[in-house]
Write a protein that binds this ligand. Structure first.
Ligand SMILES: NC(=O)c1ccc[n+]([C@@H]2O[C@H](COP(=O)([O-])OP(=O)(O)OC[C@H]3O[C@@H](n4cnc5c(N)ncnc54)[C@H](OP(=O)(O)O)[C@@H]3O)[C@@H](O)[C@H]2O)c1
Length: 334
């Protein structure tokens, strides 16, 4: 503790961050959470990762979202976060809500992937070590595993809670019928499913279309949106070509092919509307999600403190006039 490099802002809870109740639970989450999927790996600079984490906490972001495989390389985002815990956040552990997940490829062989009890239990133990934590606040099954009996995956979640390794559990990207089964299974064992984590943004309306949002609300489960900026497409990042330091240029999950003429035309039109509202496109895209009370929080990614600062400005204006909402729908139908 003597070598701490950081002391948080005393203003962190009075700077405008709002907290929303997470379904039917005692937990409040910040409207904006920070995700560590990209930009916190061992390919990134530690000083930038630290700066973003510190800035986030200083601005009232109490929720940090991780997974076993975040990096690159897999595991390295948790290692970076573990270092930040040790050097900066340890005295504030009880002010933090930290998640991790397992279910995507993590280590070689038959047990480093998907949803077996073996895989989930081993993965969480590894994650705790990497992050220098005794427990996580929420542990997710990262994706539905069609080959493993769902009862096995869910019972592992129940036992993880019973062992005190996670306080809460959640589902990520589960189809609606599997989520319904999971909500019931967990509730029958007195483990409430705290959160459903799904991809939701102006370009991807699946949680509305597939009834996931409604289902979560009815179950008293919070909904947390990932990739709320469509990995950067719903910002001004690509309006004038592909910047060298951008996610597309770095060649990861977001491919150049995603930036079609049609997408670019929509981004330009949305950007014009955002500017008329006095917002950047990133701010408007986040505000559009947060206008709905069913969305507990949006997990943003950011590659700089500047982007994170911009994203937090979304909170200053989360209401929309009816004609703005109509215009958005018209643009998306273009
Ligand atoms: N459960 C799951 O399966 C799952 C899947 C994916 C993500 N997630 C979670 O959701 C988090 C967020 O996902 P995401 O990183 O795809 O989120 P995102 O917020 O949609 O995209 C983040 C990227 O957008 C760009 N950006 C962010 N703010 C900007 C701004 N104000 N102006 C211009 N560009 C901006 C940056 O791109 P550049 O890097 O180009 O600067 C940044 O890396 C992840 O970290 C992870 O925690 C979960």
């Amino acid at each position: 503790m003597n070598n701490l490099i950081y002391s948080p802002s005393p203003e962190r809870y009075s700077g405008g961050m709002q907290y929303r109740r997470c379904g039917r639970s005692g937990i409040l989450l910040p409207e904006v959470s920070l995700g560590l999927w990209h930009n916190f790996g061992d390919v990134n600079t530690l000083s930038n990762a630290q700066a973003m984490a510190h800035y986030a906490f200083d601005r009232g972001i109490t929720h940090f979202d991780l997974a076993n495989n975040y990096g690159p390389s897999p595991g390295s985002a948790e290692e970076t976060f573990g270092l930040i815990m040790k050097k900066s956040f340890m005295p504030y552990r009880d002010e933090l809500f930290i998640s991790t997940k397992a279910g995507h490829p993590m280590w070689p062989g038959p047990y480093g992937d998907w949803g077996s009890r073996k895989s989930l239990m081993a993965s969480l133990d590894q994650s705790l070590k990497r992050m220098n934590l005794d427990y996580v606040d929420i542990f997710y099954t990262h994706r539905y595993d069609p080959e493993t009996p769902l009862e096995e995956t869910l019972q592992a979640l129940v036992d993880i809670v019973r062992r005190g390794k996670a306080l809460y559990v959640g589902l990520s990207k589960y189809p609606a019928d599997k989520a319904a089964f999971a909500y019931r299974y967990l509730a029958e064992r007195d483990v409430h499913c705290l959160l459903y984590q799904g991809r939701y943004n102006l370009f991807n309306r699946e949680p509305e279309a597939q009834g996931i949002l409604r289902q979560a609300r009815e179950n008293g489960t919070g909904f947390i949106a990932f990739s709320p900026l469509a990995q950067g497409l719903l910002t001004d990042r690509y309006l004038n070509g592909i910047p060298e330091d951008s996610r597309i240029a770095r060649g990861g999950f977001l491919k150049k092919e995603a930036l079609t003429a049609d997408v670019l035309a929509k981004v330009e039109a949305l950007n014009a509307l955002a500017l008329r509202r006095g917002q950047t496109l990133a701010e408007m895209s986040l505000a559009w999600l947060l206008k709905d009370e069913a969305v507990t929080s949006v997990i943003v990614g950011a590659s700089s403190v500047g982007q994170l600062a911009d994203n937090l400005k979304a909170l200053e204006q989360t209401t929309f006039a009816a004609d703005e909402l109509e215009e958005i729908e018209k643009i998306l139908r273009m």
